[in-house]
Design a protein around this ligand. Sequence first.
Ligand code: GLU
Length: 485
Amino acid sequence: MSATDNKVRVRIAPSPTGDPHVGTAYIALFNYAFAKKYGGDFILRIEDTDQVRAKSSSEALILESLRWLGLEWDEGPDKGGPYGPYRQSERTAIYREHAEILLKKGHAYRCFCSNDRLTELRRQQRLQGLPTGYDRFCRSLGEGEVQARMAAGEGHVIRLMMPTEGVTKFVDEARGELEFENHRLDDQVLLKSDGFPTYHLANVVDDRLMRITHVIRAEEWISSTPKHVILYQAFGWPQPKWCHMPLLRNADRSKISKRKNPVSLSYYRRAGILPEALINFLGLMGWSFGNDVEVFTVKQMMEKFEFAGINLGGPVFDLVKLTWMNQTYMHKMDDSRFVSYLRDEIFSPSYLKALKPLVLERMSRFEQFVDHNGFFFSGALDYKNLEIIPKGKTPEELSLMLGQLVELLDELYDWHAPQIQALIEKHKDEIKWKPKDYFLTLRMIATGRKDSPPLFDTLAVLGREMVRFRIRDYVNHLASVTPLS
Ligand code: GLU
């Protein structure tokens, strides 16, 4: 074995399906700290095989956010590396080839079952109170029939032949040995009928081909790991080491979700959280530095990190604590960082330039700038002195309308005035609100004022994060002043 074979290689493998998530940064941080502690490599791989949900704008935001946090990768889609490509959609031939290998080895089979049959099967299983899963119908098809159906061009998937007896075990570095009964594991689809791989196949093949030595990922993937272990065995490959980090939780201990906490890294950046504070805070989640030390740098974390220090009790993503951490770092800033942060993040030239056409209209002296335009720079607004609920509408109706709007805006990645306008006009027409009611309400919520520069341009400049945050914040405010029925 050469020296490089021993090199620690870890990866973060986000799916680019939405906003860059704090959970991605949390897992990236632990991978990064572990890799750097051992002089290893940290790889960024984009798992974009879900063609319906994957978005290139989301990938770009993930890269930008991880870089903002200082979690720079050694190999990745933008910088290449010896085991590329690092975007799964560019590796489909590799997965097909590997599915064929498993077919040849007798560890996989072609399944021709239609969606209708699978739906009916699940319905029957539910009716009988049985666990739902594939009944392995095609596992016993003869080779002749398989060939004939393929020759006839019949669509099919490739499934992994799971062992039906015994147990699959693996050691989790944070939890010890875990054991799963094989008969409970479904014959997983590896390759879909469109020729795209599922998560399981692509993830295992890539981890192997990219020489990953330690898979450090979130707890939610534990149930996939026995399937991955079986895949490694089927290929005849040695397994990496496994470590599942405890899930981040909301204050009520439920799995962190955007309904209860902002989860987008872009939000925290926009809210003026310093990257070093967020990183330190994430480092406290699921791990302790020891001796009650709470404030530490990534470098200090790298020196101390051991799997043994992982705390399995669900870490709470506590915004009060994050704010305290941020304040601690703000007070530690030297003059030049203070100035450069304000200049680069809050009053950045690109933001000021975007504001120019919106604010000049209402200004005749620069001294008016701060007073007129505070809402472009602040976070939560004060709604006390505004009558926001339109005449003839109830708080419930308004809350419902805003809830729908936030959901729609969540999906709008092309954040420019014409696209925002099209989405909002469509929603207004669907719910049959008068333009004046809809637009004035939204203007007041987004800006805290009755008069502001043109609405859609203002929303465009404020950014997705701030607009969504303010709408949610207002809905909470509404619920607190008029308890909704
Ligand atoms: N694509 C998966 C995700 O979105 C990767 C999970 C893993 O690390 O194996 O997190």
